[in-house]
Design a protein around this ligand. Structure first.
Ligand code: ADP
Length: 594
């Protein structure tokens, strides 16, 4: 029953109790199909007229809009016109128009089911993600005939919970698949005793609702252990709430999920894709992209500041670009801008400077600030995996690496590396580009920024580790296969050396004719020229000049295939050049070797 009608009944309760004769009214209500014969008997069994009236009203309060209307009509027919007029203004509308009248697309019925089940409302500022939502609904439809699991996974703040709540805001889905209702349970990170409390309160809620519908069912004492709680829940879902959906929001731990392995229908949101592997029954999953499209993200900002997207200042686009359209970040900043509408440049700067702590909670989001949301994901890794994850701090933004690079960095067998990466990918801490074979891995910009901020003081040693691991693996000379791994080292070894402050080693590498030859052969001379420019402030100016001159004079030759003899080319440099000196040494060596 809708709120207004219920409230009106409660307010008029004592007048109604005083006057009505329940036995007269119940006949009409039975013929309208809103009251059963059993219910009538129970009410008639009360000894006095007043108690019968009270019992009918009590029952009515637990019923729907139709029952209210039927009761009203019965009052009119039995000449209780003055009492009927008390209820008249709150008569619910049940026309199809009224059913469609909610701005969020749900009907009154949907709203009643969802609010009874504790499903959160739409955020005040909301943009729809239709393709994604349809994917979730399509998976939910698979639960129509049999129990099973739908996993919605994605990184922190990608909008999983909002999406889960939105997906069930649909009349047809609820009536066709989940007529038993939708029950929302927020989980998060919790231990066994917290979990027990959560399930206890879910059982309590379910039992209470079921008792309202059927007063003959009794309330039990709360289950005392997790095992007992699981059995109680199993009973309730099977007997009292068949064909209902349980939404478990923000699950971290497979042991938590096992407590719900009771053959019911479950939608779960998580950062860890693999969680449902530990439970039985049919499973399907939906990946939530980490960012919104630019237009949608701008729409959120526009809604917060109450302007049209076209009229947003230029920083709006930069903010969206900077956070890659993360719904969480865009909403956090949008909410801040609503309070301080002149701070576009300031918040953009804050984001660019990675001052995540300033981007504080302003919505219903569970984490106080963005940094906590990120940190939470890392904290659940095992100690060894956490250390390995921190090593990824040294990756450059937008650079994708093959597992082999990480196998060098971590000194692990390829299979072990794959296991570790799988764990990260499952927990939405890392992304995998499956368009390449072998797969390439990369971090979201926000994750990289967060890692860099977290390990600011250890950056130098993290880069040093990369260099040392490379040197250990390739002590006999650089890789020459030309595969993704080999390309990585040729592109980024110098970068890691520079960041590690290993100036001497950077010198030796970049001023080595061997390195120049191999890199030019694999990647072409342009990259090399770029390197000399990039590290111009660190490298010795004179020697750098020798190499740059050699490259610019011979660039076209170094593009040729078959690849020219670099020693021969270098011998035509002036004899004061370092390039010439090394070429001469190599030529002499060749001569002595014959
Ligand atoms: P997750 O569950 O993936 O951690 P949430 O669903 O809790 O993320 O979303 C985080 C925040 O992002 C929400 O509090 C909300 O402010 C914002 N958000 C998510 N999805 C949307 C959306 N579709 N429209 C507007 N804001 C959204």
């Amino acid at each position: 029953m809708e709120e207004g009608a219920r409230s009106c009944l409660l307010q008029s309760r004592s007048s109604l109790e005083q006057d009505i004769r329940a036995s007269y009214l119940m006949d009409h209500m039975i013929s309208d199909g809103v009251l059963t014969g059993d219910e009538e008997d129970r009410i008639r069994s009360k000894p006095t007229r007043r108690e019968q009236a009270a019992a009918l009203l009590e029952l009515l309060l637990r019923k729907d809009n139709q029952a209210y209307i039927s009761f009203y009509n019965a009052l009119v027919r039995e000449s209780y016109g003055d009492l009927a007029s008390l209820l008249h203004n709150s008569l619910p509308l049940v026309s199809p128009e009224a059913e469609k009248s909610f701005s969020d697309g749900g009907t009154r019925y949907v709203q009643a089911v969802l609010s009874e089940g504790g499903v959160p409302q739409r955020p005040v500022v909301f943009v729809s993600r239709p393709a994604l939502m349809n994917r979730v609904r399509e998976k939910l439809y698979r639960l129509q005939k049999e129990p099973g699991w739908v996993t919605v996974f994605g990184m922190a703040g990608s909008g999983k919970s909002v999406l889960a709540a939105e997906a069930v805001r649909d009349h047809a889905l609820i009536t066709e698949c989940f007529p038993g209702g939708v029950h929302w349970l927020s989980i998060g990170q919790l231990d066994r005793s917290d979990l027990l409390v959560r399930i206890q309160s879910l059982c309590f809620r379910l039992e209470q609702q079921s008792q309202e519908k059927d007063p003959s069912s009794s309330l039990h004492r709360p289950p005392g252990s997790l095992e007992e709680a699981k059995e109680r829940l199993r009973f309730l879902m099977l007997r009292r709430y068949p064909r209902s959906l349980l939404i478990l929001d923000d699950i971290w731990d497979s042991s938590v999920l096992k407590a719900f392995d009771i053959q019911c229908r479950v939608l779960l949101t998580t950062r860890d894709r693999s969680l449902a592997e530990c439970v039985s029954g049919p499973k399907s999953e939906v990946a939530v992209e980490s960012g919104l499209e630019e237009g949608q993200a701008l729409e959120i900002l526009a809604l917060y500041v109450n302007r049209k997207p076209q009229r947003l200042p230029e920083q709006a686009r930069s903010i969206v670009r900077e956070c890659k359209g993360s719904p969480l970040v865009v909403s956090l900043i949008g909410a801040l801008l609503r309070e301080f509408p002149d701070r576009w440049a300031y918040y953009l700067h804050t984001l660019q400077q990675k001052k995540f702590k300033r981007i504080r909670k302003s919505s219903s989001y569970d984490y106080d600030a963005l940094d906590q949301a990120m940190a939470a994901s890392i904290q659940v890794l095992s100690k060894e995996h956490r250390e390995l994850y921190i090593d990824l701090t040294v990756l450059e933004k937008d650079v994708k690496v093959p597992a082999k690079v990480l196998s060098v960095l971590w000194d692990l067998e390829p299979e072990e590396v794959e296991d570790v990466l799988q764990d990260f990918v499952n927990k939405s801490l890392l992304f995998r580009d499956c368009h390449h074979r072998p797969y390439l891995y990369y971090l979201h910009d926000l994750q990289l920024d967060f890692l860099a901020e977290m390990n600011r003081s250890g950056l130098e040693s993290l880069h040093t580790k990369v260099v040392r691991q490379y040197q250990q693996r390739y002590s006999q000379g650089p890789p020459t296969s030309g595969d993704e791994e080999c390309l990585y080292w040729f592109r980024f070894l110098t970068y890691h050396m520079a960041k590690a402050n290993l100036t001497q080693e950077l010198y030796s590498l970049m001023f080595s004719l061997d390195w120049v030859r191999t890199k030019a052969q694999i990647m072409g001379p342009a990259h090399l020229i770029n390197d000399y420019l990039e590290y111009s402030t660190i490298l010795d100016k004179e020697v750098r000049g020798h190499f740059q001159e050699f490259l610019s004079l011979n660039g076209h030759q170094l593009e040729q295939r078959p690849f020219p003899d670099v020693v021969q080319l270098a011998l035509s440099q002036p004899d004061s050049s370092e390039v010439y000196r090394q070429a001469l040494l190599q030529a002499q060596e060749r001569a002595t070797r014959g």
